[in-house]
Design a protein around this ligand. Structure first.
Ligand SMILES: CC(=O)N[C@H]1[C@@H](OP(=O)(O)OP(=O)(O)OC[C@H]2O[C@@H](n3ccc(=O)[nH]c3=O)[C@H](O)[C@@H]2O)O[C@H](CO)[C@@H](O)[C@@H]1O
Length: 369
């Protein structure tokens, strides 16, 4: 594509901003192998662990604190933000960027600012309702806004004209055949093929409440014949699991090959991060969602439509105890027919083409320029 020679992708902080960026970068590379792809990240975000191994050029720009007010006045832009925007601008010039695509996280803001000053097209992809602070600032500079999920106009005025493109997801997840991959996944984790597997993940950073509640129910789960595959989470404290259990309880710090976890699982217990919900629905995974309680009910909003369609259960963070798990999770994990019904309902809610749909949207934005 003649119009597109160099694309800068900005996004960082947690996996929730980085995985969609990577999935989009993969789609870009698939369709336009000649296009130069540069990513912008912050010094301490998870992008440093996730982007270079994926084979993309990561440029780190200085960190800064976002001002609380969104009434951005460039003359009063704090020094550190100015420095970050200046660094982002130098990179845009160096790589001769044609467009900036931002996925949220603080590092997106200087990229949006620098692109706006250069009159470059900016495309924003937002997965959360309400949108995150960084993207809300970016929305002052562009009308090219794409969202992961349909939103109610009354929920977010700023997203009213946005294009719903879905969430760019890794093809390792969207293109996997769960049933075909299952034997390899079970063998990889040392799990048995004859017993159900509960897959536990608190999102990219892990979730202490989930970790402690499930580990607290380890004996009951094991004696009920339920195996557990438990992702501790990249930045979470270790927890104790009894060593003398009759069936496997496998703890892993973090899964780079998340598709193996999904392929091994019969049921998932997880937070309600937007990308997690997009993935569970894309692959038709029945799930128990435990939304993070301190993010504006955003995670509950992500999970509720899926649960209302019959694709899973929703439990309050405060109510997730070992006793709740014993009462609710054990009977569900041992009921394959109910799991199959739930999985089908979840699958009815998912889409797998977010990477391609966002790429179309970006190409349109560049062509309109
Ligand atoms: C506490 C908090 O503020 N969480 C936010 C954060 O969640 P978080 O960063 O946890 O993001 P999500 O739950 O949306 O996605 C997690 C991603 O990490 C991947 N993964 C997870 C564990 C693992 O071992 N390996 C792995 O690859 C998952 O497959 C998924 O792709 O960003 C999301 C998207 O902006 C928001 O909706 C969440 O509210």
């Amino acid at each position: 594509m003649g119009l597109l020679r160099s694309v800068v992708l900005a996004g960082g902080g947690t996996g929730g901003h980085i995985y969609p960026l990577l999935a989009f970068a993969d789609a870009l590379r698939r369709h336009f192998p000649e296009v130069r792809i540069t990513t912008l990240g912050s010094p301490k975000g998870m992008e440093n662990e996730l982007i270079p191994p994926a084979g993309y050029d990561l440029r780190v720009i200085p960190a800064f604190q976002l001002p609380r007010s969104l009434n951005l006045n460039l003359l009063r832009t704090p020094d550190r933000m100015y420095r970050s925007a200046h660094a982002a601008g130098q990179i845009l010039d160096e790589v001769q960027a044609d467009v900036v695509v931002g996925f949220g996280g603080y590092v997106s803001v200087p990229a949006y600012l620098a692109a706006w000053r250069r009159e470059l097209p900016i495309v924003i992809h937002e997965v959360n309702v309400p949108p995150g602070v960084a993207n809300r600032m970016g929305m002052k500079f562009t009308r090219n806004i794409a969202v992961g999920f349909p939103t109610q106009p009354q929920q977010a005025e700023s997203l009213r004209d946005a294009r719903v493109v879905g969430v760019p997801l890794r093809t390792a997840i969207t293109r996997m055949d769960r049933h075909a991959l299952r034997p390899q996944a079970l063998a990889h984790f040392g799990l048995r093929p004859d017993l159900p597997v509960l897959f536990v993940s608190g999102g990219s950073s892990g979730a202490r409440t989930i970790n402690l509640a499930v580990a607290g129910a380890a004996k009951k789960l094991a004696h009920a014949g339920i195996q557990v595959l438990h992702v501790q989470g990249g930045r979470n404290d270790p927890f104790e699991v009894p060593s003398d259990l009759p069936v496997p309880y496998v703890v892993v710090p973090y899964l780079s090959d998340m598709q193996l976890g999904y392929a091994a699982a019969d049921l998932m217990l997880c937070r309600g991060g937007a990308i997690t919900v997009a993935e569970t629905t894309a692959i038709g995974m029945p799930a128990i969602y435990v939304p993070y309680p301190f993010s504006n009910q955003e995670q509950e909003r992500n999970a509720r439509p899926v649960v209302e369609a019959g694709g899973g259960l929703l439990v309050d963070n405060g109510e997730l105890t070992p006793e709740w798990i014993e009462r609710t999770v054990i009977p569900l994990a041992r009921d394959p027919r109910r799991l199959a019904t739930m999985g089908a309902a979840a699958g009815g809610h998912g889409r797998r083409d977010g990477d391609e749909a966002l790429l179309d949207f970006v190409c349109e934005a560049v062509a309109r320029r």
